[in-house]
Structures are given as structure tokens and as C-alpha cells.
Design a protein around this ligand. Structure first.
Ligand code: BG6
Length: 504
């Protein structure tokens, strides 16, 4: 067979993705409030065998090898809060965007830091300095021909909403979020067309993780036995808020005359495969997929699936779904589906007919796949599988807004970085995306990998877990010149984009 080569449709978005709290830094500048990311200390990966590989020796020696990101009650003097510094993109964006433009990118995903607009989340009036900052930011991108793709809520809600209101368990959060949404859409809706509400809203399916519960829903200080019910309650409020944001987007679209303006509710897609061909494993994996992607069902189909309503009733979960909520959900389904894709999982059955999928039980390694140093199983074919699965289910256009390989990179003495492992990861995933587009006929709007530039890892707070095509000379303790260097993957991606996908 000749080498496969596929051209993407005209207007395909080739870009990259980042999140404000992971790269902006400037955590207390121009009136910004404290977000949940600002009270997370540095952590490091849960090492696969309890022993850090030798290449991480420096990080371990520097005392950064705590396993989890601890959350403090407030910002404590002397604490290592990596999100406070990010990579200082807040100030360096003009030069960094120039580098991305040179790479050929025509799109870039970031989030608006909610706390720059409403520092505490519950103010009457927005912070004009924060709004003015994103005016300059988006205008710079547009001047370079880079289309902004924007997340409203990417693991960075105001911490005040956690301490004063208990996070998304509180229905009042719907009003705070929709107010913020209206302000930013009315301000930027004439220039920014692609929006999404919550980042990876479905991560909290793993409700036993206090890290994910805080990141997604601002849930803290709860009794472990209440975690699952709280997760459903908070999720419901997030989904209603998201549907109302779709409504606002459609109103603003008319008002500002931007016919391209559209809203998604972003999910993390990791296919879940059955451990064996045993029908019980098949059923467990099938339901595990539903338990992990029902957020997408509600957002795209406008209603809760029956199995889930049964599940709430069976467990006596009070989820507070009103008739008005049902109507809001039904009338305001998302315009497109945005998702991240990194890996896949494998699950086996147990004897619980209600099936409660948790990654901390009934979970297996996939013997056919390799893992990254952080234990994420690398599955390019799963991306094609996932695109087909989602399109069959939701029948919407799709955008890949994250896909990438977290790895340790070595800066050589001539300032080169030979990240062939990252090139291979993207090559294999892009090939499978292209097969889905050309062979399977799936409408994919764009590929925005994680990431154009190195930044702080969300799960571990490390700098050492790098994803970028551009290297940033900073370590886990924030030491380094901060200079930017092009990795080998930078040149590879440049070629791919210039050939519209044909030169893999
Ligand atoms: C996604 C998040 O979960 O994965 C990003 O949307 C995150 O914020 C990315 O950075 C990679 O995860 P991590 O934990 O390696 O940074």
C-alpha cells in the first residue's frame, strides 16, 4: 500500500490549546481575584512503581515530589503555587503568538480567567481592567489571522464561590456563571466565534478524586460518602448554566451580527473498552461509557437518559431537576461538540448489576498499548473510534480541542529539543483523525493539540510534564530564563499545517 495522505477540508482549523490558569501567570495583576488554581500547591505525578525515574532526580531532590496537589485554605506565604507564575503569557503573548503564527496556526484555544472579569464571582459589576486585557489579547490574535476558540470555565472558578457558596452544589452558581457569560459574550462576540462553557465537565465521573471534584465543581470539605450525590447535583447545575449560556450565545449572535458564533460544552473523551469478550464485560464497558459521557447526552440531546434517572432513584440521590430546568435543557442544546482526547481505558465487570464505573476499581491495563511516563495509555486508533462513537450518538460537528503527549524534554546545549516521541504521538493521532474525516465522513472542524507552548500541568502542577511544540526554559520551582525554544515537533507541525494535513 502507498503511504496514506489525506487533505483536510478548506478552512480546517489547525491550532493549539491552552488554559489561562496554566500559562498566564500574573495571578494578582489588574484586579484579578483568587481562583481555585491559585490555592493549589505544586505536586508531582503518582509514580508508576513508587520510584521516580532517574531523569526526574532533580525535581525529587528539590522536594517537589509530593504526590498530590494540596489545596490550601488561602494563599499562604512562601508556598509553591505554580499557577501564580505560569509561563507569564499574560505579558509575553505578542511574541508567543508571533511564534505560533510562524508555525502556521490559524486557530488558538484559551480560556478567559473568570477571576479577571469577576474577581470573586459574585460582584455586581465586572472588572474593566480584565475585560480590556482580553480586548488586546483577542485583537492581537485576529491581527495575526489566528481564530480564537474560547473556554469560559477551565478549572479556574473564583475561589470565593467555593468558600462562600460551596461551589456548584449551590444553585446560585447558575446566576453567577450566566452573568459572567453574558458580559464576555457581549464584549467579544463580534470577534470570537467558537466558545465552550465548561472544560471536561465529565471528569468528575471519577468522584472519588477530590482534585477533580474541586477542579470541575468547586466541591471541597464534603463527606466522602456524599461525594457521588454531590457530583450529580453540581453537574446538574453546571448543565443548566451551560444550556443558558447556549441561549445567551444565540441572542448575542443576532445582536452583534456574527453568524458564526457557536457554543459547545467540552468533554474529556477516553474510550472505555471491555476487558474480554465476556458479555458481562461488554455490558460493563457499555454502561461505563454512558456513565462517563451522559453529560454529552444532556448537552447535545437536551434530556437525561432514562438509565440515569433510574440510577438516581435507586440510590435515592436528590438531584433537584425542576420542570423549568428540563425545559431549559431541551430548548438549548449545544451547537457543536468539543472534546479532548489523550488515552483510553479498559474495564471488567463485577457482580453489581447497577454498574458503578470507577477508574480506581475494575480497571485494567491494555496489553496492546504503551504508556507515557505518567501512565497514560497511548491509543491513536481510539481517536477514530471516539469520533465515530460521538458522531453516531450526537450528530453534531466536532472539534478536537486537546490532544497531546506529556513528556520530559531535554534542552540540548545548542538549544535544540529532539522530541521525536511527541511527533510520533501526533502523527499517529492525526492520521486516525484524517481517516475519520475522509474515510468515515465525520465532520471535524479543527485539530487544536495540547499544546503550542509548555505550561503548568493541571493534574500535577509540574513544568516538567511538557506538552508544547515550543519549549519554555522554566523548571518545577519556577527557576530558569523563561526563554522560548523551538522543539523538533514545532517544525513537524509547521509542515503539517502548511500542507493542510497531507505531510504527516
Ligand atoms: C486536560 C485539561 O485534562 O488535560 C488540561 O483540560 C490539562 O487543563 C491536560 O493540562 C493535560 O493534563 P495534565 O494534567 O497533564 O496537565
Amino acid at each position: 500500500m502507498t503511504k496514506e495522505s489525506y487533505r483536510m477540508p478548506d478552512g480546517f482549523l489547525w491550532g493549539a490549546a491552552n488554559a489561562a490558569h496554566q500559562f498566564e501567570g500574573a495571578w494578582d495583576v489588574d484586579g484579578k481575584g483568587i481562583s481555585i488554581a491559585d490555592v493549589m500547591l505544586a505536586g508531582t505525578k503518582p509514580w508508576l512503581n513508587g520510584q521516580a525515574p532517574a531523569k526526574y532526580a532533580n525535581a525529587t531532590a528539590a522536594g517537589l515530589a509530593t504526590k498530590h496537589r494540596l489545596v490550601t485554605d488561602q494563599v499562604e506565604e512562601g508556598g509553591n503555587y505554580p499557577n501564580h507564575r505560569g509561563i507569564d503569557f499574560y505579558h509575553t503573548y505578542p511574541e508567543d503568538f508571533a511564534l505560533m503564527k510562524e508555525m502556521g496556526m490559524n486557530a488558538f484555544r484559551t480560556s478567559i480567567a473568570w477571576t479577571r472579569i469577576f474577581p470573586n464571582g459574585d460582584e455586581d459589576e465586572p472588572n474593566e481592567a480584565g475585560l480590556a486585557y482580553y480586548d488586546r489579547f483577542f485583537d492581537k490574535m485576529l491581527a495575526l489571522g489566528i481564530e480564537p476558540v474560547v473556554t469560559l470555565n477551565h478549572f479556574e472558578m473564583p475561589y470565593h464561590l467555593v468558600t462562600e457558596y460551596g461551589g456548584w452544589r449551590n444553585r446560585k452558581l447558575i446566576d453567577f456563571f450566566t452573568k459572567y457569560t453574558r458580559v464576555v459574550l457581549e464584549r467579544y462576540g463580534d470577534r470570537v466565534s467558537y466558545w465552550m462553557t465548561h472544560n471536561e465537565i465529565n471528569n468528575q465521573a471519577q468522584y472519588f478524586s477530590d482534585h477533580l471534584m474541586l477542579q470541575n465543581s468547586g466541591l471541597k470539605d464534603y463527606d466522602e460518602s456524599d461525594a457521588e450525590e454531590l457530583m450529580y447535583l453540581a453537574s446538574h447545575h453546571e448543565l443548566v448554566a451551560s444550556a443558558l449560556a447556549v441561549k445567551i450565545a444565540h441572542e448575542v449572535k443576532e445582536k452583534v451580527g456574527n453568524p458564526k458564533l457557536q457554543m459547545a460544552n467540552m468533554i474529556a473523551m477516553n474510550p472505555i473498552y471491555p476487558h474480554t469478550s465476556n458479555p458481562a464485560d461488554q455490558m460493563a464497558a457499555y454502561r461505563a461509557m454512558e456513565q462517563t459521557y451522559w453529560w454529552g447526552d444532556v448537552a447535545a440531546r437536551g434530556k437525561y437518559p432514562k438509565w440515569l434517572l433510574n440510577y438516581f432513584e435507586h440510590h435515592n440521590f436528590k438531584v433537584d431537576i425542576t420542570e423549568e430546568d428540563e425545559q431549559i435543557l431541551a430548548e438549548n442544546t449545544v451547537d457543536y461538540v468539543a472534546f479532548s482526547y489523550y488515552m483510553s481505558n479498559v474495564i471488567g465487570a463485577d457482580d453489581n448489576p447497577w454498574i458503578d464505573f470507577r477508574l480506581d476499581k475494575n480497571h485494567f491495563d491494555n496489553e496492546f498499548l504503551e504508556k507515557s511516563d505518567w501512565g497514560w495509555q497511548i491509543d491513536p486508533v481510539g481517536l477514530r473510534w471516539a469520533l465515530n462513537w460521538m458522531y453516531d450518538r450526537w450528530d453534531k460537528e466536532m472539534m478536537i480541542v486537546e490532544n497531546g503527549f506529556g513528556a520530559y524534554d531535554q534542552l540540548e546545549s545548542d538549544n535544540s529539543i529532539h522530541d521525536d516521541y511527541r511527533i510520533k504521538y501526533h502523527q499517529d493521532h492525526v492520521l486516525n483523525m484524517e481517516r475519520a474525516v475522509v474515510i468515515d465522513g465525520i465532520p471535524v472542524m479543527g485539530y487544536l493539540p495540547w499544546s503550542g507552548i509548555d505550561m503548568i500541568s493541571a493534574s500535577t502542577g509540574e513544568m516538567l510534564k511538557r506538552y508544547g511544540f515550543i519549549f519554555v526554559d522554566l523548571d518545577d520551582a519556577g527557576q530558569g530564563s523563561g526563554k522560548r525554544y523551538k522543539k523538533d515537533s514545532y517544525y513537524w507541525y509547521q509542515k503539517l499545517v502548511h500542507s493542510n494535513g497531507t505531510e504527516l
